[in-house]
Design a protein around this ligand. Structure first.
Ligand code: PMP
Length: 460
């Protein structure tokens, strides 16, 4: 497969795009003098742009999404068949693919029993916030309504979830925000905030307890965390962190919400990121990998105990979860998700993610030996970050423009990688890698060779 563009078509697409499309996360001034990027076709991990250039995509569609790779006809067929049979009915009614996917998903998530459908990660997270606020209103006299989130974590783009954003550059200029959101410190050992503590994992978790005690445990309803922080720098939790976090949540009766929008559906080599750490969450949200970008679907998953709290007084018209998501009723989502999950299982993609992740880890550590600019390498499975620094001793971050130049060079060499950007002032210095879970040894080596070359060219 190779996309061969026809010159007239390309010019037409580019002009229509330039005239009418507002790209996500983009400063458009640049496209007055250069062509906007436009992607046309994909197969496996390969993608072709409007000019016919081929790339190896090392970031699963740019933002950790296309876990099973491009061009999956079986998913397209499953979606087509479902749409022809029944495309939509509002989510107050159940559906065949919705029931089947929920059952299959719950098999992978011991301790959790209920799936609530919507269509984006932001929305799935906001559902949790609404559920917790309603539990507080109905069971705690409205007091236990505060939501804790962590420095450097991200939970989505709408105003309510931006109120729970630990990346200041994402939230800046979009306030005022709703009340009752409180930040807890990050847990990145490479930038240890507790140098005197004997046990970093414990100290970082105890910092959450300090916040709960400061705010008053009877006012805190939820702790919302990414299992491994994604866009905030690919932060793997330090040893002992999650065990202590779980203890703290139990002690103060704070519900625990894990945002698996990035890690969900195999990215780290287990079905979910939290399963790497033996955590027992009250809520899990997921989106990107659920249907690998073949349809819009997100899920808010919770326990029977939480679900029961919305059934306790059926004669009260305000007792149930009064929420809807129009496109949570579009059946393309669960139809695609079912087939996506079948592919992950039948093709052994969790095992592949583990072994390719080990290769990626090894290759990146070799780059760290070779290039002083690579200060830290962190990750799990096919989810990695390499933090770039101007000085290894002081850990001064490499300037964002230089990190961006490394990313641009990789693209010139035919490999699309990502970086943390527009998130943390002065700390947008981590290269991000998350190829599809179908990556082969050759793909992994091609990715790290491109980075090797780009680092040499940009940083010497
Ligand atoms: N949570 C995390 C951890 C994310 O990375 C993202 C998106 N990058 C979201 C939530 C929001 O998902 P969406 O863009 O689908 O609303």
């Amino acid at each position: 497969m190779n996309f061969v563009p026809k010159p007239n078509d390309i010019a037409g697409i580019i002009e229509a795009d330039r005239a009418h499309v507002w790209h996500h996360l983009s400063q458009h001034k640049q496209y007055e003098t250069s062509d906007p990027p436009i992607m046309i076709e994909g197969k496996g991990l390969r993608i072709w742009d409007a000019k016919g250039r081929e790339y190896l995509d090392a970031v699963a569609g740019g933002v950790w999404t296309v876990n099973v790779g491009y061009g999956r006809e079986s998913i397209a067929n499953a979606v087509r068949d479902q749409l022809v049979k029944l495309n939509y009915f509002a989510g107050a009614a159940g559906s065949e693919p919705g029931a089947r996917f929920a059952q299959k998903l719950i098999e992978k998530m011991p301790g959790l029993t209920r799936v609530y459908y919507s269509n984006s990660g932001s929305e799935a997270n906001e559902k949790v916030f609404k559920m917790v606020r309603q539990i507080s209103a109905r069971h705690h006299g409205g007091r236990k309504s505060k939501i804790l989130f962590r420095e450097r974590d991200y939970h989505g783009t709408t105003i309510a979830v931006l109120a729970a954003c630990g990346q200041p550059q994402r939230a800046e200029q979009y306030g005022p925000f709703p009340e009752g959101f409180v930040e807890v410190p990050h847990c990145l050992e490479y930038r240890n905030q507790y140098p005197d503590a004997e046990d970093y994992g414990l100290a970082a978790a105890n910092a959450i307890e300090d916040v709960i005690l400061r705010e008053g445990p009877d006012t805190v309803g939820l702790l919302c965390l990414e299992p491994i922080t994604a866009g905030g720098g690919v932060i793997t939790p330090p040893k002992g962190y999650w065990e202590r976090v779980q203890e703290i949540c139990r002690k103060y009766e704070v519900l625990l919400h894990i945002d698996e929008v990035v890690c969900g559906l195999g990215r780290t080599g287990t079905w979910f990121g939290y399963q790497q750490y033996g955590v027992k969450p009250d809520f899990v949200t997921m989106a990107k990998g659920v249907a690998s970008g073949y349809a819009a679907i997100s899920c808010t998953v919770t326990t029977e105990a939480v679900f029961e709290m919305f059934k306790d007084n059926p004669s009260d018209p305000m007792s149930y979860f009064r929420d809807i998501s129009t496109y949570g009723g579009c059946l393309a989502g669960p139809a695609a998700a079912l087939e996506n999950m079948r592919i992950i299982e039948d093709e052994g993609l969790l095992a592949n993610t583990v072994s390719m992740g080990e290769r990626l880890d090894g290759n990146l550590r070799a780059l760290m030996e070779k290039h002083r600019v690579v200060g830290d390498v962190r990750g799990k499975g096919l989810f990695y970050g390499a933090e770039l620094v101007a000085d290894r001793t002081t850990k001064e971050p490499l300037a964002e423009a230089k990190v961006a130049a490394v990313v641009a060079k990789c693209r010139e060499h035919g490999v699309i990688i990502g970086m943390t950007n527009r998130s943390l002032p002065g700390l947008n210095n981590t290269l991000c890698l998350s190829p599809g879970l179908i990556a082969t040894p050759d793909d992994i080596d091609t990715i790290t060779s491109a980075i090797d070359r780009a680092l040499a060219e940009v940083c010497g």
